[in-house]
Design a protein around this ligand. Structure first.
Ligand SMILES: [Zn+2]
Length: 286
């Protein structure tokens, strides 16, 4: 189905950005969001997420496997965000929890005092997480009634057809002054040549930036607590080797400015912690 306007600012102005797997990525002329111009319809998306398989010119299998190394990385991310503990939080929902690595990290960081559950559409990932004793199933956020002290959304934003609508639903699942943790890429402002590949179209529908997500959260009644950025690992490893080689080529401009810019291009993995503003919590309580 053709996407008529940008979900962030409503503009229909766009320019071609890149092509992959039979899908085109365009850049919104008004806010800079990168989004897929023609995406699969909602039924196809739901089925693709359930099986972890996404059709294009090539079929993408996005199931993967449990990765224990992610837990120690997430523990560092949690410490950077919460500096010493999770306070009085008692309940936590991880949306699109995959194999459950972040759930395991939150449980460990909270010293086992937090009830963490996950919702995951991919049936293979659900099974993998449950095998590790994690509380993971799949439920529809729109009809779900429970509320939580925190909701996290890691590497999910780019898979959402309409992120503002989904974040609004999540806000209704938060207790007063509840918190949301979002991990996504900060890449929308990059020139197409500098953007990491593959885009994984049509598993991903859009790529945002810090200002796009921060402004969106503020509009929805959240207050930003902290934004932290980390190297995007696959990008980092590939490019470190490339840049070392380039640095020894005499024709290559290895100026400090270039390296400062290159460093910026590696810090694309963004974690945002925000809380529901006291003044806006009652309007969303349903
Ligand atoms: Zn826009």
């Amino acid at each position: 189905m053709r996407v008529l306007t940008c979900y962030n600012c409503g503009s229909d102005g766009r320019a071609f950005y890149a092509e992959e797997n039979g899908f085109s990525l365009v850049r919104c002329s008004a806010c800079g969001l990168l989004y897929v111009e023609e995406r699969p319809d909602d039924k196809e998306i739901a089925e693709a997420h359930k099986q972890g398989k996404h059709s294009g010119l090539k079929e993408l299998n996005m199931t993967g496997r449990f990765n224990a190394a992610k837990i120690s990385r997430y523990l560092k991310v949690l410490e950077d965000m919460f500096e010493g503990g999770l306070g009085t939080k008692a309940t936590w929902l991880d949306v699109g929890c995959g194999h459950g690595e972040f759930i395991a990290a939150v449980k460990e960081y909270g010293s086992g005092r937090i009830a963490v559950r996950g919702t995951e559409p991919n049936i293979h990932k659900q099974e993998s997480a449950r095998k590790r004793g994690l509380d993971v199933s799949y439920f529809d956020i729109e009809s779900h009634k429970e509320k939580y002290d925190a909701v996290s959304l890691l590497n999910v934003y780019s898979h959402l057809p309409d992120p503002p609508a989904f974040l609004e639903l999540l806000k209704k699942r938060l207790n007063p002054e509840g918190e949301i943790i979002i991990e996504t890429g900060d890449t929308a402002c990059f020139p197409a040549k500098q953007h990491y590949r593959p885009f994984y179209l049509p598993d991903h529908f859009s790529f945002a930036s810090e200002s796009i997500v921060v402004d969106m959260l503020r509009r929805l009644g959240f207050e930003i607590i902290i934004v932290n950025k980390y190297p995007s690992l696959p990008f980092d490893f590939r490019n470190i080797a490339k840049e070392v080689v380039k640095a020894f080529l005499p024709r290559y401009r290895s100026s400090l400015r270039y390296y400062a810019k290159w460093w910026r291009y590696t810090q694309t993995d963004m974690f945002i912690r925000a809380k529901v503003k006291a003044s806006s919590c009652c309007t969303s309580a349903m």
